[in-house]
Design a protein around this ligand. Structure first.
Ligand SMILES: [Cu+2]
Length: 471
């Protein structure tokens, strides 16, 4: 409960963004599950400005692993859902003023709990400014409503990885102000019949932090193409290393199983005993009981689990902590009614959002496959959430994945108490940049890309985000 109230109130007032939810082959893994989100819950959508700090690895506090790692088949499609309002599914990608490049990095880990900080990263794919279409990568992704997809290179050997989406906003860059980085990490176990350690050649291998240096063309670039600051340098230079697509045939450190035996995940997955999960918390059944004392012990256990759920709830919220409370209340009611045989059967329906009916195609989709979601209408295929009838599950079933679609304001239970906070997802339709310290006034309008000369800006034009304000 603690800071959820403040985060909820703030989240609707900003037009920044956060990677909250991982989809694998178009299936949502649940809000926040296997995702390292910002640990600064009241500024969760604020960008990382200092690319020299460890926050640039996976966001604020992101060098700490989360409990769960999600399995993905070799070559799977990964989708990173960014949200302007982290606890509101489908709340949109980022304010349209935030123009810049995007990329996906990966790193093979020696264990699922590795921090990810340091050497061994490589870039799978990136896109900057498309001169033909006059579109920045961020503008292309806005059409996909926050869903940013890539295909995992099929040559990656089995094992634990971090996949790190990176979205960079260049709109406020001046000689004194650096870009805004919106980064997070997905913990994924790639299941494959290829095994070994990925040897990344020097020309592609980077350290994070360290992959960007002050003065790099990609961080000093003037997107407005005016002459007030550094000379415009079209095309936009690559930010960070060149992208790399590994090929098994060229990597002597890899071997392919002759019997097509696939190496699967052995640790870090969501436990089978999980009745319900919220991000990287899972609720397990209370101990069976046959008397009054056992009954009330079960109630105590249930609420204790609930408290942990709220304490661990990341920026993407605690909607399933709220669902878990319905089980605790039922147990409580049964004990009060003198039913001391239990636990009783109880249906838990996950409140996690399902994936959209159509998820944006992979930005790096191979030729001959479905067209990449980079050209207009096709990429706008993301529609509203599917409002299925909720599936039901008995108390002994595995994690539920059903959802009740939410288009109305989301009500967040701020804990086991009776306080409720209503969160409005208005930032999706009415981006605002006026609520933050350090923000420019509402009279500051983005200058159209390509406009030459003449426009004069304050030195800190369009600055936004508390981190930026410190600069
Ligand atoms: Cu911003």
């Amino acid at each position: 409960m603690r800071s959820l109230i403040s985060f909820a109130l703030l989240s609707g007032a900003q037009a920044h963004t956060l990677f909250t939810t991982l989809l694998i082959n178009d299936v949502s893994q649940g809000d926040g599950t296997c995702v390292r989100q910002s640990a600064d819950i009241s500024h969760s959508v604020s960008p990382v400005i200092d690319y020299r700090s460890s926050d640039i690895v996976c966001g604020v506090g992101g060098t700490k692993a989360v409990a769960y790692t999600c399995p993905a088949p070799a070559g799977a499609k990964l989708t990173f859902e960014y949200r302007m309002s982290p606890n509101t599914p489908g709340s949109g990608f980022i304010d349209s003023s935030h123009k810049g490049p995007c990329a996906v990095y990966a790193k093979q880990l020696s264990a699922d709990t590795d921090s990810g900080e340091g050497d061994g990263w490589f870039k799978i794919w990136s896109e900057g400014y498309d001169q033909d279409e006059d579109l920045w990568c961020t503008e292309k992704l806005i059409k996909d409503d926050g869903f940013f997809s890539i295909d995992i290179p099929s040559a990656l050997p089995a094992g634990n990885y971090l996949f790190r989406p990176e979205v960079v906003a260049m709109h406020n860059v001046t000689p004194e102000v650096e870009p805004q980085f919106y980064v997070g990490c997905a913990q994924v176990f790639v299941e494959s019949d290829i095994t070994g350690t990925l040897e990344v050649a020097d020309e592609y291998r980077v350290s994070i932090p360290g992959y960007i240096q002050p003065g790099d063309g990609g961080v000093t670039y003037n997107i407005y193409n005016d002459d007030e600051y550094a000379n415009p340098k079209l095309p936009y230079p690559e930010l960070g290393p060149k992208a790399w697509v590994p090929e098994v045939s060229t990597l002597t450190t890899l071997s392919v199983s002759s019997s097509n035996e696939v190496t699967t995940q052995s640790e870090g997955s969501v436990p089978a005993t999980c009745l319900l999960k919220n991000a990287n918390w899972c609720g397990v059944e209370v101990a069976a009981y046959t008397d009054q004392e056992g009954c009330w012990n079960a109630v105590t256990d249930c609420w204790a689990q609930n408290e942990v759920c709220w304490n661990e709830a990341p920026p993407s919220g605690g909607s399933n902590c709220e669902v878990w409370e319905t089980k605790c209340q039922d147990l409580d009611d049964q004990c009060s009614a003198g039913n001391f045989q239990g636990p009783p059967k109880f249906t838990l329906v996950s409140a996690d959002a399902k994936a959209p009916a159509v998820v944006a195609a992979a930005m790096n989709a191979a030729h001959g496959e479905a067209p990449a979601a980079t050209t207009g209408e096709a990429s706008a295929a993301v529609t509203s959430y599917v409002a299925d009838k909720p599936e039901t599950t008995s108390s002994t079933a595995a994690v539920t994945t059903s959802q009740a679609a939410k288009s109305e304001p989301t009500t967040i239970n701020a804990g086991p108490s009776t306080t409720f906070v209503t969160v409005y997802a208005s930032s999706a339709s009415t981006p605002s940049h006026s609520a933050n310290a350090g923000e420019s006034s509402s009279s500051a309008k983005p200058v159209p890309t390509g406009e030459r000369g003449g426009r004069r800006h304050g030195k800190h034009r369009y600055q936004c985000g508390s981190s930026a304000a410190k600069k």
